[in-house]
Design a protein around this ligand. Structure first.
Ligand code: NG6
Ligand code: CA
Length: 493
């Protein structure tokens, strides 16, 4: 085992946070002092990518070390989906567990629950959860804050379940429950209105995707989500510390995904409306979590990796004025596009690694993908895994700790429609695909085009000049490489 392996590892994973949303990544309108401190004491990556411009596929990759195209179910999932990480699939959590770390998943899950043998009965123990994906403990919500069921799940069971008020969930088009509030029947109950979708069940005055009945005591309070997950994360590290257990924690924040409902004291924290406010709240959560590690005297022996699952979006289906109030703040920073896009705004995300004594301080331009964390830690920990595991995960550990300034030679990402982008050195090649160049409902340029696109990321970070016509050989080679990757069993070398 390498001398440079930290005693504890925490992945803090934000939801829909953009490359330009943190002050340490250049935002002047949103102040994120705690994450900035993490950044000052660690390494800030400027060429780090998630594997997809939406949530489920990126999360699938960070945990399994595989590109999303390898699993045909790795797309945005409904709240009643079965788990897309099968029992035979190795995960980063299983790897940590095998070498003696205590492992935990806290926060947003969105990878499905149950083994799929029958529809989920939310009133019973669920037979397949994060506990079956390598986590010793879990405290999660099943999918997203805008999807039912709006409940916490601890281990295999819904928290605060009342047997006299059973939970039923349906993703049918028509509402199967006559006696629940829905957006169509009870619009007067809405305190936040939808701009698209989110028009089925009303829970806490907010329209959601899907229908839910019952479980009144189990339903979360939206303004308490941040603190609830934070408290569980603090409890997890306290318990591990007390038991003298090294730990791996996957702390998946729910901010700044819609619906954006900060704790009241964060309302108005920025001039950007609730989207800015929940980013400040998220920063506070990270700060409190770090303070807890510091109080326990284990901050210096804990490696923290902070990142986001995909790029940013302003209006993602609720009329919360994020778009109107954004002013000069650019959530994607200098990048083009955002969540859902094939342009870099979709997948190039903040990525900070910090661990005093192990990780160098500064800025790294190394090319890294979130899919690499699995192999990087497995090899640093000296753990051998099966040939067919972590198919696309490269060992970039030296880059993660700041000893290799280059990282990967190339990486591939997907947009929401499974269109591909290959980044190789300074080249970004966007493979042609069908669809609209603009998603009007979210006001985002998709990067989708029937023509090949090639950008030089050294001179053109905003992907303004398509120079594909000038480099036909590069275009051919990069397209052929994408086809080769798609046919391959693995890209891990
Ligand atoms: C979209 C939702 C969006 C968000 C996204 C998933 C509508 C109109 N839009 O379908 O609000 O939930 O799915 O986001 O329903 S993700 O970050 O979890 O991938
Ligand atoms: Ca997301």
């Amino acid at each position: 085992m390498s001398q440079k392996v930290p005693r504890n590892v925490v992945i803090v994973y934000a939801d829909d946070l953009g490359f330009g949303d943190l002050s340490c990544y250049g935002s002047h309108q949103i102040s994120t002092p705690y994450i900035d401190r993490l950044c000052e004491n660690g390494l800030k990556f400027t060429n780090a990518y998630s594997t997809c411009a939406v949530c489920t596929p990126s999360r699938y990759s960070i945990l399994t070390g595989c590109y999303p195209f390898r699993n045909k179910e790795a797309h945005i999932l409904p709240g009643d989906a079965s788990c897309i990480i099968g029992p035979k699939t190795d995960t980063i959590a299983k790897a940590f567990k095998r070498v003696g770390y205590h492992t935990g998943a806290i926060g947003k899950w969105h990878l499905g629950l149950s083994d799929g043998s029958s529809p989920i009965d939310w009133n019973k123990e669920i037979n397949y959860t994060p506990l079956d994906c390598g986590f010793d403990e879990s405290f999660i919500f099943p999918a997203t804050a805008d999807r039912v069921p709006c409940v916490y799940l601890e281990g295999r069971s819904v928290v605060n379940l009342d047997p006299d008020d059973p939970i039923e969930v349906s993703y049918a088009k028509e509402c199967p429950f006559e006696d629940i509030s829905t957006c169509h029947k009870n619009p007067e109950l809405l305190k936040m209105h939808s701009s698209k979708g989110h028009d089925m069940s009303i829970i806490n005055g907010i329209g959601r995707i899907g229908y839910m009945r019952g479980g009144e005591k189990a339903v979360w309070k939206d303004e308490e989500l941040g603190e609830t997950f934070l408290n569980r994360a603090c409890k997890f590290v306290n318990d591990c510390h007390e038991n003298d257990q090294p730990f791996f924690l996957y702390y998946a924040l729910h901010q700044p995904h819609v619906p954006r409902v900060p704790a009241p004291r964060f309302l108005g924290a920025t001039k950007l409306g609730v989207r800015g406010d929940v980013i400040v709240e998220m920063d506070w959560c990270v700060g409190e979590f770090m303070k807890e590690l510091e109080r326990l005297g284990i901050l210096d022996e804990t490696m923290i990796i902070f990142s986001s699952d995909n790029g940013p979006v302003l209006d993602d289906g609720y009329r919360d004025r994020a778009y109107e109030l954004t002013g000069t703040h650019r959530p994607s920073g200098p990048l083009r596009g955002g969540k859902y896009s094939k342009f870099d705004g979709g997948t190039r995300i903040p990525f900070i690694v910090s661990c005093p004594g192990i990780v160098h301080k500064g800025v790294s331009q190394a090319l890294v993908s979130q899919v690499d964390l699995f192999t990087s830690f497995a090899s640093a920990l000296g753990y051998e895994f099966a040939e067919d595991a972590a198919a696309d995960s490269q060992d970039v550990y030296e880059a993660l700790i700041g000893e290799d300034p280059v990282g990967r030679k190339e990486l591939m990402v997907e947009d929401v429609g499974c269109g591909k982008m290959l980044r190789r050195g300074n080249w970004a090649y966007l493979s042609p695909s069908e669809g609209s160049p603009f998603m009007a409902d979210v006001s985002i340029e998709t990067g989708v085009s029937k023509d090949p696109q090639l950008y030089n990321m050294e001179y053109d970070i905003g992907q303004q000049q398509n120079i594909a016509y000038a480099y036909p050989k590069v275009v051919c080679e990069m397209e052929a490489r994408i086809q080769e990757i798609m046919k391959s069993e693995r890209t891990r070398t």
